[in-house]
Design a protein around this ligand. Structure first.
Ligand SMILES: [Zn+2]
Length: 154
């Protein structure tokens, strides 16, 4: 089951002891491992992935120093998010398919601002780069000059 989980282990090694979390737009799950059964459009709100201490150091280096996107190694089964069905059951109402572009636009703008902020916390800096890099890879950030914000595509 992928629904309604709040506490999740490390998405790389399944260690229960996690030290960091990244909040990502739902479409980013399509870049993760085991993402096939997930209907990302039905995800409500952001998707969170968690990292244990040693994996977090690795991810931080990969993202900040090498400009790499670590999501393909993250197991989506260890991501936490809510699916729309939960909310419908809760509200006993049917809603239109949620439009993810507003959330993606908001996350993208916030992330670009964080990347441009020299005083950003390391976790925020990593999250911002992963969000921008993921949305760029998914073609969502096409009208943004991602390179101007120091994301390395190497
Ligand atoms: Zn780990």
């Amino acid at each position: 089951m992928y629904t309604g989980q709040t506490e999740q282990p490390c998405c790389l090694c399944a260690d229960d002891d996690t030290v960091a979390r990244l909040d990502l737009p739902p479409r980013a799950v399509t870049l993760m491992r085991n993402a096939d059964p997930i209907a990302w459009r039905d995800i409500v709100g952001e998707v969170s992935i968690h990292f244990c201490e040693s994996d977090w150091q690795l991810v931080r280096d990969l993202v900040l120093e090498m400009g790499m996107l670590p999501l393909s190694r993250c197991n989506v089964a260890h991501a936490s998010f809510s699916l729309r069905e939960d909310f419908e059951a809760l509200l006993n109402a049917t809603r239109d398919e949620p439009d993810q572009t507003e959330l993606e636009g908001r996350l993208l703008a916030r992330s670009l601002a964080t990347i441009d902020d020299p005083d950003a916390e390391p976790q925020a800096a990593v999250q911002a780069r992963v969000v921008v890099h993921a949305l760029d890879e998914l073609g969502v950030a096409d009208d943004v000059d991602v390179d101007a914000h120091a994301v390395d595509h190497a």
